[in-house]
Write a protein that binds this ligand. Structure first.
Ligand code: ZN
Ligand code: ZN
Length: 577
């Protein structure tokens, strides 16, 4: 007898052996038991989750000689033919290879005839989203007036590609990914019944790698069995077959990153490359492991989450070495690197950059970084020259080094890379936001004293805040002035036109600006507006163009134009008669 692939041999033959889709088998069993059979079903879900198997079980339930029954007998001639794929009443169309309208036209012709052996004709159209528009239209005509003896099962991995007209005529069932534990149980049953010896951690690894697809899981087990010489299938076999890096490497590298030991990270990386491991796969597995650590740290008691690293002792030990923020940052760096590595000519450089960046992260939490920034800001506002030195420490350095500065490991002659020079450590967390609460700032200055700081910079920050908070009309008005003086109690804004000055002085606009100034400076300052035709000397950068500097145009000198400009400010661009 020819070899039958495990996934064929162990294809579920009744609703009770359908793994992980209880919500669907229960509903379908009810429909069969009560005779409420729909004319069209849409089975959607990831590959290998049992869509076509369920369609065939449904066909057998309807056509079994001892049925209709929720438990098809699986030994009568109708059941046998359906299982073998030789039934004259069950049609399987693979839309991926038969996209054409001809197949659907043929289908429409045969739909009319009564079933040969059973009670129903069942049309299973797999990957139905692949049909052309014309084929969909032809199918729709049949679905609009289906003969009583016909049941359509449309299966798809991409339900969003099904036209709404088709969708609305189907009962939809969503097949879910089968969880790793269910797959593992099934694998261990299949292995036992097939006389395959497999280590439990090998089966667990297959179950995780199958990503919710039972067919993939059984195929991997099949390949492991073929690769094997009859001895026990081990996790190492599975890793070799799938090109996986493996826990031991991932754990060692994670430990080295936790210790900020760039030297041993690079040595291990070099060993991995010499072993012929795929460096992109390394990023994937490191990220999966970091995710496991993050989940474990957040909720160590949760047992149902599928984690990549199932060893609780390792999870406990390693998750204690990172803060939550660090793990999030580690994941961000790894995801970014995984994307880069896809297209990089030298993915090794990308991985080296990522790992060295991780080793050079700071231990500081976001709160520590925030407090440091606040201290720097206070020092600067107080006019303390030391503030400049403090502010240089604030996290603004680039997160990654340029590739040229990454020490390349020369393999295999010199496996020991130079130890990276100690440099200021690079923080992984994004720069902390400015202090949100003015109360954490310095205590109020003696009234009237200048509070220092660059007026242009502060004014830019005010205008920017107006824009980002969506106060565009306030911004359009206030931006025509500029900040010419700032003490702990008063801010002076100078305008060259009457209208924006007077508008800004009104309570609503003034309050908004005062609030933002308080937020930025940490002082409750009163807003004072001044008016004058000259550009104030206190604002050296980007002075408003004086009227005289405008291109010579007799219209510009017209008294009405001058008056309008005086009132509204701005620049005259064009004068129409
Ligand atoms: Zn039967
Ligand atoms: Zn494992």
């Amino acid at each position: 007898m020819a070899y039958v692939a495990l996934y064929r041999k162990w294809r579920p033959q009744d609703f009770d052996s359908l793994v992980g889709q209880e919500h669907i088998s229960t509903t379908l069993k009810n429909a069969i038991a009560t005779g409420k059979i729909a004319h069209a079903y849409l089975f959607s879900g990831p590959r290998g989750t049992g869509k076509t198997s369920t369609a065939k079980i449904l066909a057998k339930s309807l056509n079994c000689e001892h049925g209709p029954s929720v438990n098809p007998c699986n030994h009568c001639s109708n059941c046998d033919k359906i299982t073998a794929g030789t039934s004259m009443d069950v049609f399987e169309v693979d839309a991926a290879s038969n996209r054409g309208i001809d197949e659907i036209r043929d289908l429409r012709e045969t739909v009319k005839f009564a079933p040969v052996d059973g009670r129903y004709k069942v049309y299973i159209i797999d990957e139905v989203h692949m049909l052309t528009t014309e084929a969909f239209n032809a199918l729709l005509k049949t679905l609009e007036e289906p003969p009583a003896h016909v049941v359509f099962v449309l299966a798809t991995t991409e339900p969003h590609k099904i036209p709404a007209t088709i969708h609305s005529r189907c009962q939809r069932y969503d097949f879910r990914r089968i969880n790793a534990r269910e797959i593992e149980e099934r694998l261990s049953m299949v292995a036992e019944q097939s006389g395959l010896k497999a280590a439990p951690d090998a089966l667990r690894l297959i179950a995780i790698q199958a990503e919710g697809g039972m067919r993939d899981a059984l195929s991997i087990l099949d390949q492991c069995a073929a690769l094997d010489d009859g001895s026990v299938i081990t996790a190492a076999h599975v890793r070799q077959l799938l090109g996986l890096i493996g826990h031991e490497w991932v754990w060692q590298l994670t430990d080295a990153v936790a210790e900020r030991d760039a030297h041993s990270v690079l040595v291990k990386l070099d060993e991995l490359i010499n072993l012929g491991k795929d460096i992109r796969q390394l990023l994937v597995e490191l990220a999966l492991h970091a995710r496991s650590l993050m989940l474990y740290k957040a909720a160590p008691a949760i047992d149902t989450i599928e984690v990549y690293s199932e060893d609780k002792a390792v999870l406990a030990a390693q998750s204690a070495k990172f803060s939550h923020q660090e793990l999030v940052a580690v994941l961000e760096v790894l995801h970014h690197a995984a994307n880069e590595a896809k297209w990089a000519a030298e993915p090794r450089i990308v991985v080296e950059m990522a790992l060295i960046t991780l080793c050079r992260r700071t231990a500081k939490s976001d709160m520590a970084a925030l407090l440091e920034r606040v201290a720097a800001l206070e020092a600067r506002l107080a006019g303390n020259p030391a503030g400049a030195a403090v502010s240089r420490v604030k996290p603004e350095a680039p997160a990654a080094e340029p590739p040229s500065s990454v020490p390349r490991v020369q393999s295999p002659v010199t496996p020991m890379p130079p130890r990276p020079q100690p440099e200021p450590q690079t923080p992984l967390s994004p720069p902390a936001p400015p202090p949100a609460n003015p109360s954490v700032s310095a205590p109020p200055e003696p009234s009237g004293g200048s509070i220092g700081g660059d007026l242009n910079e502060i004014w830019s920050a005010v205008l920017k805040e107006l824009m980002t908070s969506g106060k565009r009309s306030v911004h359009a008005c206030v931006m025509q002035g500029c900040l010419t003086g700032l003490t702990a109690t008063q801010a002076t804004v100078h305008f060259t036109a009457t209208f924006p000055k007077e508008r800004t002085e009104k309570d609503d606009y003034r309050t908004i600006v005062e609030k933002i100034l308080a937020h930025i400076t940490g002082h409750q300052v009163k807003l004072m507006c001044s008016l004058g035709t000259d550009t104030p000397p206190a604002k050296p950068a980007a002075p408003k163009p004086a009227v005289a500097a405008a291109p010579p145009d007799p219209g510009m000198e017209h008294p009405a134009v001058k008056q309008a400009q005086m009132m509204f400010g701005g620049k005259v661009i064009k004068i129409e008669e």
